[in-house]
Design a protein around this ligand. Structure first.
Ligand SMILES: Nc1ncnc2c1ncn2[C@@H]1O[C@H](COP(=O)(O)OP(=O)(O)OP(=O)(O)O)[C@@H](O)[C@H]1O
Ligand SMILES: [Mg+2]
Length: 314
């Protein structure tokens, strides 16, 4: 069965340069050679939206782009992937963001450099038509909330409050602050907790959100704080999924080949949310997240090798 899923958060381009460059600095500054270069529509929300679409769901995406070439590429590729772009605001006179991954030295995620967009991560004011669009769904998901401190406002909180009142499932992968923020970051998220059912974070985010040092203690604290379901992604060690009754550590699936691990967390999110929407157990939903992430590692960025629904069964 397919679901209608509202997604609010940032969409941007990823430029990925994959090849082999010398690590000796004197050789490197003289180096000029061929590499594989990809320009991919990504961003925390862009990845989750495209991945959930690939699983057969109808995506109601609300975001912003600039009226520049970056924005044009993002809109056209989202349309090509079957995602409606009517509720993506094009901000005039602004510049789009890009993340540049320089995979020339053997690592599959770093070094990386960024250009921040000058447009909003998602609309500052959420209009009634956007709200209706996001709430005409089975699940409302937010990605990248902590990235954009200028958007920690009542419009966002009221959106999730209304979703809960309507009985819509809600989820969040807050990522991390792009501007310095002292831990515990939970002070920023706390007002939202009553309206968020499912929280998905990685290990360092869990530590920084809670201000604790130990990952299982951090996991327990997130449940005590009021999230119903928590997933903590642990990179090559897999993930912990828990609710108030059970806590399961699930091992990662090592793929035969890792092309890159960019957006693996977003691939996990999409697989995990799909499992929960289908009413699978917490453990089996976690396994779907792990399988989705493992397949994503085998292609460029989060989306290239993200599986269709049939391939997510294990
Ligand atoms: N090197 C790896 N080997 C095997 N699996 C991996 C590896 N790196 C990531 N994964 C898989 O991807 C999932 C998510 O990865 P990670 O912990 O890096 O999330 P994240 O930090 O949220 O990522 P993102 O950068 O996309 O936000 C893990 O739970 C694991 O299943
Ligand atoms: Mg992440």
């Amino acid at each position: 069965m397919d679901y209608k899923i509202g997604v609010i958060g940032p969409v941007n381009l990823d430029l990925i340069i994959k090849g082999n460059a010398p690590t000796n600095i004197n050789e490197l500054i003289e180096w000029a050679d061929l590499s594989d270069v990809y320009c991919i529509t990504a961003g925390a929300a862009g990845n989750v939206a495209q991945n959930l679409k690939k699983l057969g769901n109808e995506i109601h995406l609300v975001s912003c782009v600039a009226d520049d070439n970056f924005g044009t590429i993002v809109l056209s590729s989202l349309k090509k992937s079957g995602i409606q772009t009517d509720f993506i605001t094009v901000e005039e006179g602004k510049e789009g963001g890009i993340a540049i991954y320089i995979l020339l030295f053997g690592d599959n995620k770093r070094p990386a450099t960024y250009k921040m967009p000058t447009h909003h991560g998602w609309p500052h004011e959420i209009s009634e038509s956007m709200r209706n669009y996001l709430l005409d769904t089975d699940l409302l998901h937010s990605s990248g909330y902590l990235h954009f401190s200028d958007l920690w406002n009542d419009d966002f909180l009221n959106l999730f409050k209304e979703a809960k009142e309507k009985g819509i499932k809600t989820s969040m992968d807050p990522q991390f602050p792009l501007k310095p923020l002292d831990p515990p970051w939970i002070k920023v998220i706390k007002p939202l907790i009553p309206y968020i059912d499912i929280l998905m974070v990685d290990e360092s985010e869990a530590i920084n959100i809670t201000g604790l040092n130990e990952i299982n203690e951090a996991a327990d604290m997130l449940i005590t704080e009021g999230f119903e379901i928590v997933a903590i992604k642990l990179g090559e060690r897999g993930a912990i999924v828990l609710d108030k009754d059970i806590s399961e550590q699930i091992s990662a699936i090592q793929p035969k080949i890792i092309i890159d691990s960019i957006g693996a967390g977003d691939a996990f999110d999409a697989g995990f949310l799909q499992g929960l929407l289908e009413g699978k157990t917490l453990k089996n939903s976690g396994k779907m997240g792990i399988k989705a992430a493992s397949m994503s590692l085998q292609g460029i960025d989060s989306t290239e090798k993200f599986p269709t629904r049939a391939l997510l069964d294990f």
